[in-house]
Write a protein that binds this ligand. Structure first.
Ligand code: ZN
Length: 316
């Protein structure tokens, strides 16, 4: 498969031996890297401004050409829609010279990517016992290793391929931010911390902060990657991965469908305009649209005693 796009042009240049050597330096300079929260990487300026060798500890985060920040506090500090300006990009998951992909934990899937119990579930849940070893999927560097709400004990790794992987509900974290890891290196022990019912690993793949379905990458039966390249299309994000937007669209569609069948649910139309239906009164309309009679009267310049006409438009 031929890979095109800005990511690969940049990323391939950072996969070479030179990068491996620099990553070796990173291990020595780990302590310096821990205070780099929200440090904006400006590789170009550093090189231009300093006559001597630049401070390499500040420019060697994996995929620094793709991400503007390195944040060790917030799990997801990125804005995908602002960062991703292309129609599609091919992500080369394992480049020549990288260690091969390793399944973080080989276990049965217990929950999949999608909308679940009133909230989005951005990962795939893998069954394990508390204390089971969890390993890094690809080569990379630990960006975050701490307790996070929802995730519990959590490790997030930034990879050379541009992805970030998230490992949630760990019982024990065995790495720290700034640490380089090879694919297959131990990062923590499985557990049941955070928003979790029973021991399992919550595994996410993200690109510029956008969660993607790990099942589009991994053949869980075999514990292998489905392909060495993954093409991410903006249309797929809109139709498949942006769970909140999808859910909002679904709710709206269901609402209109019910309304057209004369059901109870009557949504507010575009621009906050409500069309009065048979049996409506101001009290009902206010309650249904989470507002007050007083507010309705003020916005529509009507009185509480005004008789409503079927089909009349009201500002909500
Ligand atoms: Zn989960």
């Amino acid at each position: 498969m031929v890979c095109v796009g800005f990511f690969n042009l940049n990323a391939i240049s950072s996969f070479g031996d030179d990068d491996k050597n620099k990553r070796g330096d990173d291990k020595k300079n780990k302590a310096k890297r821990e205070d780099t929260t929200k440090f904006a990487i400006n590789n170009q300026n550093l090189i231009e401004e300093e006559d001597e060798s630049p401070d390499t500890t500040q420019i060697l985060f994996p995929s620094h050409d793709l991400y503007a920040i390195w944040d060790t506090v917030w799990a997801h500090p990125y804005n995908f829609n602002e960062s991703f300006k292309m129609d599609s990009v091919c992500i080369q998951l394992v480049a020549p010279g990288d260690n091969p992909f390793v399944m973080p934990f080989k276990g049965g899937k217990t929950s999949v990517f999608g909308w679940r119990r009133y909230r989005p579930h951005y990962g795939t849940d893998i069954d394990l016992e508390t204390g089971d070893q969890v390993v890094s999927a690809f080569d990379g560097m630990v960006r975050l290793a701490k307790y996070c709400q929802g995730y519990g004990n959590c490790v997030i790794i930034r990879h050379n391929n541009g992805l970030e992987t998230v490992y949630g509900h760990l019982s024990k974290i065995l790495v720290e931010a700034g640490q380089t890891l090879n694919a297959g290196d131990l990062l923590g022990l499985g557990g049941n911390t955070g928003r979790s019912r029973g021991s399992h690993l919550h595994l996410e793949f993200r690109y510029l902060g956008q969660a993607l379905d790990t099942e589009d990458f991994i053949d869980y039966e075999k514990g292998e990657l489905k392909d060495y390249c993954f093409t991410l299309r903006k249309a797929d994000v809109e139709n498949k991965y942006d769970l909140r937007a999808l859910h909002a669209r679904h709710k709206r569609d269901v609402g209109y469908a019910r309304a057209s069948k004369g059901g109870k649910y009557t949504p507010v139309g575009k621009g906050g305009i409500y069309r009065v239906r048979s049996g409506d009164n101001l009290g009902k309309i206010a309650a249904r649209n989470h507002t007050t009679i007083k507010s309705l009267c003020k916005k529509n310049r009507i009185k509480e005693t005004t008789v409503l006409q079927i089909g009349q438009k009201l500002k909500i």
